[in-house]
Design a protein around this ligand. Structure first.
Ligand code: MG
Length: 250
């Protein structure tokens, strides 16, 4: 069942979303050569706690980190650890913050120092694919209209979308109905209604779409070893333009 959020609940999601967005920006500022992914995680963890919130991913289904840090060919769910970032790496950071019982979830891929132009283009296309999907995040469209717009744009740019992991409804739970795939035919799935809150999160591979999970049972990597990027916001369906809840502005 898809939960329609009341104005009061939306207000709480805005608060959680702001904290998650600020935490993600902070993470990006620390994604520099010589920094370990564990150091970034610690900084973000402390920031979220200082806001009176909790890191939503810590212990979620047993996940052992406060955030996800996925470097280069890692797609999602990378566990923060001793890896030291190097010039030319990219790092996808996924942050969740829970405040007053509601969750904000967002992700972005950051360049570590100077990176290849081709990899920067992967990051740019991944971000833009979210906004292509957002054009259909409006009352009257269906879930898969978002999915189709993302896939169509990504493939037009020569990249591929990950299929095994998808966006999701979000609210008092990190993952709620419905699923929001990043691929598929248009006009399918639930009709969008104002008060729905969704995490839209394209995961885009430079090479093939295939992925595998590492023996740590969390880290998802591309099968061909080519880089992958991730971009995510928590959004609210309204009677007009969708509202991005994980935004730092105003
Ligand atoms: Mg998510």
């Amino acid at each position: 069942m898809i939960k329609i959020k009341s104005p009061r609940e939306v207000e709480r999601m805005r608060a959680a979303g702001k904290i998650a967005a600020a935490a993600l920006r902070l993470a990006g500022e620390h994604a520099k050569p010589g920094v370990t992914t564990q150091q970034i995680s610690r900084i973000v963890h402390d920031y979220i706690i200082s806001c009176g919130a909790t890191p939503s991913f810590l212990n979620y289904n047993g996940f052992p980190g406060s955030i996800c840090t996925s470097v280069n060919e890692q797609v999602i769910h990378g566990i923060p650890g001793p890896y030291t970032l190097r010039e030319g790496d990219i790092i996808s950071i996924d942050v969740g913050a829970t405040k007053d019982g509601f969750v904000g979830d967002c992700a972005n891929t950051f360049a570590v120092g100077k990176i290849d132009d081709a990899v920067q283009r992967l990051i740019d296309v991944t971000r833009q694919s979210f906004f292509e999907g957002l054009k259909f995040a409006r009352e009257g469209y269906r879930i898969s209209d978002i999915s189709h717009a993302i896939e169509t744009y990504v493939e037009s740019q020569g990249f591929s979308v990950v299929r095994e992991y998808v966006g999701h409804g979000i609210g008092s739970q990190l993952h709620e109905a419905p699923e929001v795939p990043n691929y598929g035919k248009p006009g399918r799935g639930p009709r969008l209604m104002r008060g729905m809150t969704l995490a839209v999160e394209p995961m885009v591979n430079a090479g093939g779409a295939a992925i595998k999970v590492l023996p740590d049972e969390w880290t998802v990597v591309t099968e061909d070893g080519k880089p992958s990027a991730h971009y995510e916001n928590t959004i609210l369906i309204t009677g007009g333009d969708p509202e991005i809840l994980t935004t730092g502005e105003d």
